[in-house]
Write a protein that binds this ligand. Sequence first.
Ligand SMILES: Nc1ncnc2c1ncn2[C@@H]1O[C@H](COP(=O)(O)OP(=O)(O)OP(=O)(O)O)[C@@H](O)[C@H]1O
Length: 274
Amino acid sequence: MIEFQNVTKRFPEGTLAVEDFSLVLPSHKATVFVGSSGSGKTTLLRMINRMIDPTSGTILIAGKDISGLNPVLLRRQIGYVLQATGLLPHRRVVDNIASVPRLNGVSKRTARHDALTLLDTVGLDRSLAERYPDQLSGGQQQRVGVARALASDPDILLMDEPFGAVDPIVRAELQVELNRLQRELGKTTVFVTHDIDEAFAIADQVVILRTGGVIAQVGTPAEILSNPVDDFVSTFIGADKGKRTLHLQHREGDSATLIVDGEGRPAGILGADQ
Ligand SMILES: Nc1ncnc2c1ncn2[C@@H]1O[C@H](COP(=O)(O)OP(=O)(O)OP(=O)(O)O)[C@@H](O)[C@H]1O
């Protein structure tokens, strides 16, 4: 479990990026921060692995205040996936994936062996292992980025707009794959996006943010879709627009709930436990 307790971040030149933010991010679940540009999503994410330290307040991981932990060691225990993948261009795919285990002292042979297994995990063919990142498509590079983030078997996976640079079809595939991985591996995932549809597709817990990291609403996709708390949230999820009046439809004899758009087209499915 990750817990933010009254966390505020003011950058040195004065911007108040996050103000008095408190929230529990449950273990083994995907929490998605969604909000418009500048709402503080990335700042919140980066405070979890101490790439940014709060001005005040406390962040706990598994009950431990992270301000007392060595940032470098903390980062090696937390997977991090970025839009720009961060893959090392001069290293082969297999060595990119093996890089953090190698830093953690795992032998080259074991780290490379595990890297090949991770290619299977993220749905990539092992024949890609010896390529360099620029010999892969954008979607394949993102999968390698996910494999690399999983390589040290972290409990926590941070993902900052990881699918923002790929085309919509590949993006939808990656979202489906991430859901599968989430079910199989049960990581505590924190995902940042400005795309509300992506948030609904991935999240167990959606956090809709206003400027300053102020929480507009927290809930499951079903809770937010069925009961937006105010006009801001309604506008954000598109419930006020004729073109996408999403609503939920329970199907007779089926445990899943269908999300249907304003024209009656299925837009997604919520699992039985949501
Ligand atoms: N290093 C920094 N120095 C000063 N201000 C910063 C810094 N990083 C972020 N900010 C400011 O803090 C606010 C929140 O930024 P943040 O990157 O967290 O937002 P975001 O919701 O992730 O935005 P985006 O969707 O555009 O990435 C913005 O006003 C931003 O300009």
